[in-house]
Design a protein around this ligand. Structure first.
Ligand SMILES: Cc1ncc(COP(=O)(O)O)c(C=O)c1O
Length: 937
């Protein structure tokens, strides 16, 4: 392998996981060293060439290694010496041990990894990162970035001083990483996910000491975060602010050489954890660093649960499995005990004493754990929920909505929201997402549609009843809203509109500096800052002047609206299935609240929790929510980067693989999002000519973006429908996936995936593609024609997706209303009386007759086919020809709310007539009946 091909691993698109790219660079050096070692018997010129390659490989990786504590300058210097002295075996041995230590992370707890064989262990022993007292206690390891204006030569001395402060009592152990400038501090924080705390000295310079184009690209990608702060001039303080935007979880310490007291009182230093006057108290600094980590590490609920489990407790309450005696002593079920282990049972209780606290009314450890989660997610309050986001959504909706309130909601949303409307009595006003008909799925709701709905309500004098906007971010298929813009423009029309962002799939996004701004909490933080800026107020005043006192709807729809910063109330709620993207047990979910008016709904919020939460919540789920928060605060950044990188790798490998790409394709942003919603001109992360400036601009500006970790793999072009392909992967290859559509499957990468998983999937796709090729070759013309017909049927003959038609008149607030909200609850409960319903077989000619001549076909319940998984009928909805056509074409087996043997469940015309006369109207059938009886009279 040539140096060029070895170093090509430093691709710009290997961006998110510096850790993986680092392993590759070390493996390249190792390979170069081995080639050199194996050339022992070759000519001198050949050996020199290979020696040169090893030196070039080392030079390539060296620029990156400045940002990491291990292997550190000493081991790298040793490697360099070995190369220049012609010691090929020594180079290979050292490169081997370093790359293995990096891969296994053994350097974090094995002092010997920091020593090169042949070096003096005594001399090096002083700089090993692990405090070795022979105890078996595991001390988590992390790195501390020190940004110092001191000369490079003074860095090792400073490092030694920090190491001398280590004590046996320390719960964690850290190694310092030194850099000298603003840009290098920023780069180190992007690149090194092990950095958990940063010490910034006053007086640092600005420019990076590195001149690598790839490193420059990293800076460009974060130019927004960098740019705003770096102009401040005070580079140390500016760096502190930038790093907090980049990774809000980091603890920052500032060491100044003047007026520490004044700085500490300055609001611009609020994000700094502690300010010290130079290093006058090094031990305090050391203890402060450990204390900061301990604060994130501490999991009050889980910690207490572990202690509780160790106590001898007699239980006289109703949970026989608590303590496990009925299990471990059982003749018949002791295998359950063996399988799960004793701790699961020792950590069970139905008591709320002993520090176990009550999820329904937390005052102790659960309250503390929730407060920590609120800090981590940037919310005011967090509520843990142990029955999934299905319940979280219903809690929020019940808390915020009263009967008759209007809830604007994506019709394509999760069914919990529809049930939320049924339970609360709110009137859903369904918003249509743009369709992706070819893949039988929906995108997201265009902002114009949302604004239009609000303006229509305003025209009807009903805006005051529009209380909540519910959107799914990101959608199942990965469409991410421009959350900031949606809220800003909606608040411009209705300043007290409340937002519920269902981020069931997107909780992890908080830990990506790229995605954070597109999360509910990230966008709320941006808007909160913006609304306080004088420049924003000026821009708003200017917009008001331009639009005039009574702007037309057309002008408001066209304008990128700014909200009145004096009137806008940023009332933001988010729900996330913590179990879907973080290390929580299944059903672990959180509700995040950032609402200055929360106190006005607090009481009803608690009522809603009481309504929906079990009085016997699962303690292990609560503990896992606490632990999931700890993990994300300490390693979320690195893990999320890796999940994103793996998704990009998978996308690239599938779409560029000569054989696989003949049959399969992973859809890019350009195929999932029409160009009108990609205003910046962004195409896709993997499109030719893509650079990180463009990607960052797209995330900042475009109406929709694609979460790359949600991968729509088109399989219809390989002759499989989604369900078939899902079953094939599960049955023959033990691969499970997320969901299916008519001609695609949805794959997802998350913090649990590894490069081996990706390799396995690619291997499987290659094998399936080879089988297709073979079958087509063996089967001759007939097989090829059948294959082409199957592909055409799956990819081209796709049914049109039906839009929401309308609610039947009696379920509309008033018959003359031109806005489409409806009383889904009245229709839902109308179906509770058997005599008020009827069934019609889908194939029955009666359906076609009724479509033409009436009376209206009105759905009695939710009908949700899987896939696509959204309700194509809701209670009270008038069923039109498109919906029937879609149902008839649908070839899926699982349709909730529909039993083929019985047919469609409808509200009977008689019931509808009586419902309508109760509201003062009548149906066509009613009119006909009246006409007939009048004629008869
Ligand atoms: C958008 C959305 N919201 C909510 C939920 C429900 O989440 P949970 O499974 O945690 O109840 C789902 C589940 O798939 C979902 O896709």
């Amino acid at each position: 392998m040539s140096v060029a091909s070895r170093t090509s691993t430093a691709r710009v698109d290997q961006f998110f996981t510096v850790a993986e790219a680092r392993f590759d660079r070390w493996r390249s050096l190792l390979q170069a060293a081995r080639d050199w070692e194996e050339a022992a018997n070759q000519s001198r010129a050949e050996k020199e060439e290979l020696q040169g390659e090893a030196a070039a490989s080392l030079a390539e990786l060296r620029q990156w290694e400045d940002f990491f504590a291990y292997p550190g300058q000493q081991l790298i210097a040793r490697l360099s010496e070995r190369i220049s002295s012609g010691d090929a075996p020594g180079t290979a041995r050292l490169a081997q041990s370093i790359s293995a230590a990096l891969l296994t992370h053994s350097y974090r707890n094995d002092p010997s990894e920091w020593e090169a064989e042949g070096s003096s262990a005594v001399a090096l022993g002083e700089r090993v990162p692990v405090y070795s007292d022979g105890a078996a206690t595991y001390r988590p390891y992390f790195e501390v970035l020190v940004v110092s204006p001191a000369r490079r030569t003074a860095w090792s001395q400073l490092g030694e001083e920090l190491r001398k402060l280590r004590r046996p009592e320390d719960k964690f152990v850290y190694e310092p990483v030194f850099v000298g400038s603003f840009e290098d501090g920023f780069l180190a924080t992007i690149l090194n996910g092990s950095i958990e705390a940063v010490i910034i000295y006053e007086g640092i310079s600005f420019a990076s000491s590195h001149h690598s184009p790839v490193l420059r690209e990293f800076l460009t990608s974060h130019s927004e975060t960098l740019g705003t702060s770096a102009t401040a001039g005070q580079y140390g303080l500016a760096l502190a602010r930038s790093l907090k935007l980049l990774r809000p979880e980091l603890d920052i310490y500032y060491l100044c050489d003047r007026e520490a007291e004044k700085l500490a009182g300055d609001p611009s230093t609020a994000t700094i954890r502690r300010i010290f006057y130079q290093v006058e108290e090094p031990l305090e600094l050391h203890l402060g660093i450990l204390d900061g980590i301990a604060e994130r590490y501490s999991t009050p609920y889980f910690d207490n649960l572990q202690k509780y489990a160790q106590r001898p407790i007699g239980t006289f309450h109703a949970l026989p499995i608590a303590r496990g005696k009925s299990i471990f002593k059982s003749n018949w079920i002791r295998d359950m005990g063996r399988f799960y282990g004793i701790n699961l049972f020792l950590a069970e209780s139905s008591a709320t004493t002993g520090g176990l606290d009550s999820l329904l009314e937390p005052t102790g450890n659960i309250k503390l754990a929730q407060e920590k989660a609120a800090r981590a997610f940037g919310a005011d309050h967090v509520f843990f929920v142990t029955n999934g986001t299905s319940t979280s959504n219903k809690i929020v909706e019940q808390a915020l909505l009263a009967p008759g309130d209007i809830m604007l909601v994506d019709r394509n949303c999760h069914k919990s929201h529809h049930y939320g409307a049924v339970l609360s009595g709110a009137l859903p006003l369904y918003l249509e997402a743009y369709p992706l008909t070819q893949y039988s799925m929906y995108g997201a709701v265009p902002l114009r549609t949302i604004k239009k709905a609000l303006l229509d309500l305003k025209a009807e004098g009903k805006l005051d009843r529009a209380r909540l906007l519910v959107l799914t971010n990101c959608t199942f298929d990965g469409h991410i809203y421009n959350v900031e813009r949606v809220m800003e423009e909606c608040l411009a029309i209705k300043p007290d509109l409340i937002f519920l962002w269902d981020e069931a799939w997107f909780g992890f996004a908080r830990w990506s500096p790229f995605y954070r701004r597109r999360t509910a909490m990230g966008a709320a933080a941006i808007l909160e800052r913006k609304f306080k800026e004088p420049a924003y107020r000026r821009a708003y005043d200017e917009q008001v002047r331009k639009l005039g006192s009574n702007p037309s709807d057309a002008a408001l729809l066209q304008t990128r609206l700014l909200a009145d910063p004096d009137k806008a109330r940023l009332r933001v709620y988010q729900t996330n299935s913590t179990h879907k993207s973080m290390s929580s047990l299944r059903q672990g979910s959180m509700i995040l609240v950032k609402d200055p008016d929360y106190h006005t709904v607090e009481e009803q919020f608690h009522e809603a929790v009481f309504t929906h939460a079990s009085t016997s919540p699962n303690l292990q789920i609560i503990a896992s929510l606490d632990v999931a928060r700890r993990q994300m605060e300490l390693e979320g950044y690195e893990m999320v980067n890796r999940a994103i990188q793996l998704a990009l790798d998978l996308r690239r490998e599938v779409n560029r693989h000569a054989l696989v790409s003949k049959y399969f394709r992973i859809l890019g942003a350009d195929e999932m999002i029409p160009s009108e919603f990609r205003e910046s001109g962004f195409v896709d992360c993997l499109a030719p000519g893509m650079d990180w400036g463009k990607a960052a601009k797209s995330l900042r500006e475009d109406e929709f973006a694609l979460d790359v970790t949600r991968l729509t793999l088109v399989c219809g072009s390989a002759g499989f429908d989604g369900t078939q392909f899902k079953n094939l992967l599960a049955a023959d290859y033990d691969i499970q996936l997320n969901k299916t559509s008519r001609n695609s499957v949805l794959l997802q990468t998350n913090i649990n995936n590894t490069r081996s998983d990706i390799a396995q999937l690619i291997k499987v796709l290659v094998e399936i593609s080879q089988n297709i090729e073979k079958n087509l070759a063996d089967g001759g013309k007939e097989a090829q024609a059948a294959f082409a017909a199957r592909v055409k049927s799956l990819m081209t003959d796709v049914p049109d997706l039906p839009n929401f038609s309308s609610f039947f008149k009696s379920f509309r607030p008033d018959a003359s209303s031109s806005t489409p909200e409806g009383d889904v609850r009245a229709a839902f409960f109308g179906a509770y009386r058997e005599q008020q319903c009827e069934h019609l077989k889908l194939s029955s000619p009666e359906i076609d007759k009724r479509l033409k001549e009436g009376p209206d076909l009105v759905s009695a319940n939710f009908v949700i086919p899987y896939p696509p998984g959204f309700p194509i009928m809701v209670p009270g909805q008038v069923i039109n020809a498109e919906t029937i056509q879609f149902m008839r074409k649908l070839d899926v087996k699982e349709i909730h709310g529909y039993t083929a043997a019985l047919g469609l469940k409808l509200l009977s015309p008689l019931f509808l007539e009586s419902a309508l006369s109760a509201t003062g109207g009548t149906t066509e059938a009613g009119k006909n009946a009246k006409r007939k009886s009048a004629q008869a009279a």
